[in-house]
Write a protein that binds this ligand. Structure first.
Ligand code: NAP
Ligand code: GCO
Length: 266
C-alpha cells in the first residue's frame, strides 16, 4: 500500500481571499506542505500588507488583485496564474462576506451581494478551473462552508442561504466531476476569531465579554473560539492525495458545535 501522502510538492494552489484571516492561514499551511501558492484580494493595500506577512512567514506567495464578482476578472486571474505558476491543481474557494441584517430589513441588493460573493463566485471559479483539471486527470476543489451551511440564526439569512447552497454546490461538483478524478469537498469552520467575527467578540463598555462571545463559548464543547490555524491541518488533508477517495464531504472544524445542544444550566 502506498504511503499516505500529505505533501503538495509541485502542486499549484489558488486560495481566494487569502490576504488575511482563514484564507491566509490555509495558504500558509498549503505552502508549507510544498504547494506553489497564489491568492487574491480586492485592495492593493491588503495585497501589500499580505505579501509582507507571507514573506515574514517564509512563504513565497503570488498575489493577484481581483474582484471575484466580476467573471472577466476571474477569467484573467486563472489565466495569469496559469502563466505565472501553471495549471491550478487545487482551488480553495475561501473569499466571502457576511451581512448581519434582520431579513425583513435587508435590501434585495444586500442579499444579492452576499449570494454573489459567497455562492456565485465559487461556481465561477470552479467552472474556470475544472477544464484544465479534466485535461490533467486530477484536481481538488475545497469550498469554505460554515455552521450556517447547517444552521440558521437571526440576521444572517443571505449568508446562510449562500453557505447552504455552497454545501450543495460542493456535493454537485463532486457528483458531476468525480469520474475525472476531481475531488470536491467543503471545510466548515465553526466560530473563528478573524476580522469577519470581530464585531461578535467586541468587549462591552464595562469591559465584560460581548453576549455573543459568551453564547458561542457555551455552544462550543471545547469552550473556545477557533483560530485560523485550526484550519491548517484539515485543508492540507483535503488538498493532498491522502483524501483522494473523499468526495462530496463537508469537514466541519467547529470544536463540536454541531454535535452539541449547548451547555446545560447549572
Ligand atoms: P475575512 O477575514 O472577512 O476575509 C475575507 C476575505 O475575502 C478577505 O481576504 C477579502 O479580501 C476576501 N473577499 C471578500 N469579498 C471579495 C471579493 N468580492 N473578491 C475577492 N476577494 C474578496 O473572513 P474570514 O473570517 O477569514 O472568512 C473566510 C471564509 O471563511 C469566508 O468564506 C467566511 O464566510 C468563512 N467562514 C468564516 C468563519 C469565521 O468564524 N470567521 C466561520 C465559517 C466560515 P479583501 O476584502 O481584501 O478584498
Ligand atoms: C455569524 C458568524 C458566523 C461565522 C461562521 C460560523 O454572524 O453568525 O459570522 O456566520 O462567520 O460562518 O461558521
Amino acid at each position: 500500500m502506498a504511503e499516505v501522502n500529505f505533501r503538495l510538492d509541485g502542486k499549484v494552489v489558488l486560495v481566494t481571499g487569502a490576504a488575511y484571516g482563514i484564507g491566509y492561514a490555509m495558504a500558509k499551511a498549503l505552502a508549507k506542505a510544498g504547494a506553489k501558492v497564489a491568492f487574491n484580494c480586492r485592495s492593493q493595500q491588503h495585497m501589500d500588507e499580505a505579501l509582507k506577512n507571507y514573506e515574514a512567514d517564509g512563504i513565497s506567495a503570488c498575489g493577484f488583485i481581483a474582484d471575484l464578482t466580476d467573471e472577466a476578472q476571474v477569467t484573467k486571474l486563472v489565466a495569469d496564474i496559469k502563466t505565472s505558476l501553471g495549471i491550478i491543481d487545487i482551488l480553495v474557494n475561501n473569499a466571502g462576506i457576511i451581512k448581519r441584517i434582520p431579513m425583513t430589513e435587508m435590501s434585495k441588493a444586500d442579499f444579492a451581494q452576499v449570494i454573489d460573493i459567497d455562492l456565485v463566485a465559487p461556481f465561477v471559479l470552479a467552472k474556470a478551473v475544472i477544464p484544465d483539471m479534466i485535461a490533467k486527470g486530477s484536481g481538488k476543489i475545497i469550498n469554505v462552508c460554515s455552521m450556517m451551511s447547517e444552521l440558521g440564526r437571526e440576521t444572517v439569512s443571505a449568508y446562510a442561504a449562500a453557505k447552504g447552497g455552497l454545501k450543495m454546490l460542493t456535493r454537485n461538483i463532486a457528483s458531476e466531476y468525480g469520474a475525472y478524478n476531481i475531488q470536491c469537498n467543503g471545510i466548515g469552520p465553526g466560530y473563528i476569531a478573524t476580522p469577519q467575527t470581530a464585531p461578535l467578540r467586541e468587549k462591552q463598555a464595562d469591559g465584560s465579554p460581548h453576549p455573543f462571545d459568551s453564547f458561542i463559548i457555551a455552544k462550543t464543547p471545547m469552550a473556545r473560539w477557533g483560530t485560523p490555524e485550526d484550519l491548517e491541518g484539515p485543508v492540507v488533508f483535503l488538498a493532498s492525495s491522502a483524501s483522494d477517495f473523499v468526495n462530496g464531504h463537508v469537514l466541519y472544524v467547529d470544536g463540536g458545535i454541531l454535535a452539541y445542544i449547548g451547555k446545560q444550566p447549572k
